[in-house]
Design a binder for this molecule. Structure first.
Ligand code: HMG
Length: 385
């Protein structure tokens, strides 16, 4: 039985920052951000948006009444948790109006956990082929104002329906996971921003990629020529370029050219929203499928990486109806309003964060379909907008 991704949608906030403007405000050469890091814009998060509102906005695009009835399980993958106990998936389930008879859970392992969610979803569908699983990767990447990581911030969610006879990507059997206890990036319980050993994190990422790919190739005997594209977790687009270069070297043959072109197509969306943490790999997949030279029947290789650290390399076969089942990325990106650096800094400091006090946010400037209206008696308040 084929099992995999049946449909995909993406959502981000309705505001963005131009990174050339940020570079000027930080006294940095703008080329460092746009070429050295490979980012042009980043999503700006108003206090009325969080992982729940973003997740619900992405998932709502996928849901017809019939699809909603088939969902047995909602898995929300995130490392930007809003509660140490209650799963964000429960709020999302309520905002989407799903049946009470569903299973809901939140998964965490840095940027990796949506891939775990996808693999767990395959298991659920294998046991219950009539069921569908809604897997949502949703995150807000925050490093802090004036930090080296600031240019790699971002926000957004990717929602995926996992089913039998999928219309986008049938996931293949062989995958390789790798886990090592490494301190490259983490967020202690008392912190709202991540701590990161930036340069170290990039080398750990590449080592992990090479190790899982090598093992995958030992297990399957598949050369790189068997792949239509290699897709990467993209904390910033230069990271994908470094990872691909680590396995291609200076090869100039047709395979190398195809994989480089596919990478460029996969980077298009990340350049405009930044790091989505759990969703980055899946946004790269959507970006490639909408901008690249993708063909039905083609084998795609996906590298998922989460600091801490865990990586997985897995593959899928592109299905004939993939194009109709990747919801367009452009509207979410085009409908955004550009904000100044001053406005971005103000919004950055207005997040609910660790503040226990009651608060009511003004939502009239938020054009997203779901909003966080504030906090009352230590409870977050959400509603459709
Ligand atoms: P930095 O201090 O800005 O690094 O930190 P840099 O000074 O080396 O500059 C970066 C690049 O810009 C270099 O190119 C420079 O040469 C170039 P590279 O050598 O890397 O190819 N550059 C210029 N290019 C053009 N014109 C110029 C110019 N000046 C310099 N004028 C760093 C960069 C990525 C480390 C920092 O932004 C950071 O710490 N980011 C956050 C950590 C991160 O994203 N790590 C990625 C791997 S870990 C991961 O992916 C997991 C993660 O998503 C979290 C999770 O799993 O939950 C992060």
């Amino acid at each position: 039985m084929k099992i995999g991704i049946d449909k995909m949608a993406f959502a981000t906030t309705d505001k963005y920052l131009d990174l050339r403007e940020l570079a000027r405000a930080r006294n940095v050469d703008p080329d460092k951000y746009t070429i050295g890091i490979g980012q042009d814009q980043q999503a700006v998060v108003p206090p009325t948006q969080d992982i729940v509102t973003l997740a619900a906005a992405a998932a709502q695009k996928l849901l017809t009444p019939a699809a909603a009835r088939r969902i047995s399980t909602v898995i929300v993958a995130t490392e930007s948790g809003i509660d140490n106990s209650k799963a964000a998936a429960i709020y999302v389930k309520r905002l989407l109006g799903l049946s009470d008879f569903v299973r809901t859970v939140e998964l965490k392992e840095a940027c990796y956990s949506a891939t775990a969610g996808l693999q767990f979803a395959r298991g659920i569908v294998a046991l219950n082929p009539q069921e569908e699983v809604l897997v949502i990767a949703t995150d807000i990447a925050r490093y802090g104002l004036n930090t080296p990581g600031e240019v790699t911030q971002g926000a957004g969610a990717v929602a995926m329906l996992v089913s039998r006879d999928p219309r986008v990507l049938a996931i293949e059997e062989t995958s390789v996971s790798l886990t090592k206890d490494i301190m490259d990036f983490w967020r202690p319980l008392y912190a709202t921003e991540a701590l990161v050993d930036g340069k170290y994190s990039t080398s750990v990422y590449i080592d992990c990629f090479k190790e899982v790919l090598t093992r995958y190739q030992q297990l399957t005997g598949r050369p790189l020529a068997d792949f239509g594209a290699l897709l990467f977790h993209l904390p910033f687009t230069k990271m994908g370029k470094k990872a691909l270069a680590a396995v291609l070297g200076d090869r100039t043959d047709g395979t190398a050219e195809r994989l480089r072109q596919a990478l460029t197509a996969s980077q298009w969306a990340c350049r405009q929203v930044g790091n989505l943490y759990t969703g980055s790999l899946y946004l790269a997949l959507m970006s490639y499928l909408q901008n690249g030279d993708a063909h039905r029947g083609s084998r795609l290789g996906l590298f998922s990486y989460g600091s801490g650290a865990e990586g997985e390399f897995f593959t899928g076969i592109l299905q004939p109806q993939f194009a109709e089942n990747i919801l367009p990325l452009t509207p979410a990106l085009r409908q955004r309003q550009r904000v100044s650096v001053t406005e971005y800094e103000r919004l950055f400091d207005e997040q609910l964060g660790m503040n226990p006090a009651d608060v009511a946010f003004t939502t009239e400037n938020d054009a997203c379909p779901f909003v966080l209206t504030g906090q009352q008696d230590h409870q977050r308040q959400y509603r459709a907008n």
